[in-house]
Design a protein around this ligand. Structure first.
Ligand code: UT7
Length: 320
């Protein structure tokens, strides 16, 4: 028994910020951002919260799956930018949806968050503990940015994507995931200050900081290797795959992965032009866009891959 995606949904904040908008408030340009990354705009929250965006995406996924919130046994949200340290975003979503029966918790695996959440749902469902799960990737990264650091703040966006999965004979075929905590500091965000009056060495809170080139090198080697691994395990070739849905960090990373796999770039749909990098949100938002454009037929084989802070990575091959 495996898991099959029965419905998808996504939510992007209404507020769109273009590269030119950013160039008006910092020393950057559309030319620099677009040529280095492929990003031209991103959606940034004004009022929306991570939980609200997640719930909106979830409602669409539930509708498509023909399921009610009460049918859910499990809600997992991949996020590093929940509205609170606690309660978790998943518990907030459970309350908004009224999914009273569902167990709910978050997973922090940064840009691999949705994929790690999906694999966790698979483990529960495969073992027979649960039947129906809601898996979400959602971020409000704009509140974690150092808006004085042009090398990071121009890259990221906000939004949420969701998938309803349930036990089925076909669906997720193979999965690989990994982590390397020894390289964690190449992409980090230090949290709250220790304001314990008994402690003198206060740790200064911080925003997202990144050694972009180290992350780039990690991505262009790890992502093709993990995709090749799942394909081998599934006994499939690159040519059997209709689409490769990659974490949307940088068009140059996606082009490099396509080249290493000897796959045509038109098998790599993207959202990064209008979304930027939404960390855990990027793969499910991309999946929803591809699906809603009518690009998927039941039986198509897909690869999804996430990579990022932790460091973490993951790849899955599935039948739609
Ligand atoms: O989801 C997490 C995964 N994250 C990633 O996958 C990120 C991977 N890394 C990257 O995508 C790229 O490394 C970046 C897009 C982040 C940066 O591209 P780069 O080609 O590695 O640029 P760089 O950091 O080497 O910077 C080149 C120049 C520097 O100026 P100097 O020192 O050469 O004078 C930067 O100060 O570009 C400058 N720069 C900018 N200029 C205009 C950095 N940010 C900006 C900016 N606008 N926003």
């Amino acid at each position: 028994m495996t898991i099959r995606i029965m419905g998808t949904g996504s939510y992007l904040p209404e507020n769109i910020v273009t590269n030119d908008d950013l160039a008006r408030i910092m020393d950057t340009s559309d030319e620099w951002i677009a040529s280095r990354t492929g990003i031209r705009a991103r959606h940034l929250v004004k009022e929306e919260t991570t939980a609200q965006m997640s719930a909106e995406a979830a409602k669409k996924a539930l509708d498509e799956a023909g399921m009610k919130a009460e049918d859910l046994d499990l809600i997992i949200v991949g996020t590093l930018s929940g509205d609170y340290v606690t309660p978790s975003t998943a518990c907030e979503v459970q309350a908004i949806l009224g999914a009273e029966k569902a167990v709910a918790f978050d997973i922090n695996a940064a840009c691999s968050g949705f994929m790690f959440a999906m694999n966790t749902a698979y483990a529960y469902i495969h073992s027979g503990i649960y039947q129906n799960a809601l898996v979400i990737g959602a971020e409000t990264l704009s509140k974690l940015m150092d808006w004085n650091d042009r090398s990071t703040c121009v890259l990221f966006g906000d939004g949420a994507g969701a998938a309803v999965v349930r036990a089925d004979k076909t669906g997720l075929i193979h999965f690989t995931q990994g982590a390397d905590g020894s390289k964690g500091m190449v992409l980090s965000c230090r949290g709250r200050m220790n304001n314990n009056p008994l402690v003198k060495n206060f740790v200064k809170p911080d925003y997202v900081s990144m050694d972009g080139q180290e992350v780039y090198k990690f991505a262009v080697s790890t992502v093709p290797a993990s995709i090749q691994k799942v394909l081998e395990e599934a006994d499939l070739e690159v040519t059997d795959i209709k689409y490769f849905l990659l974490h949307q960090a940088n068009i140059r990373i996606i082009q490099s992965v396509a080249k290493r796999l000897k796959a045509d770039m038109n098998k790599f749909p993207t959202t990064l032009e209008h979304c930027g990098n939404i960390s855990a949100g990027s793969v499910p938002i991309l999946l929803d866009e591809v699906h809603k454009k009518g690009m998927l037929q039941r039986g198509d084989k897909l690869v999804m891959a996430g990579f990022g802070a932790g460091l973490t990575w993951s790849a899955a091959v599935m039948e739609w």
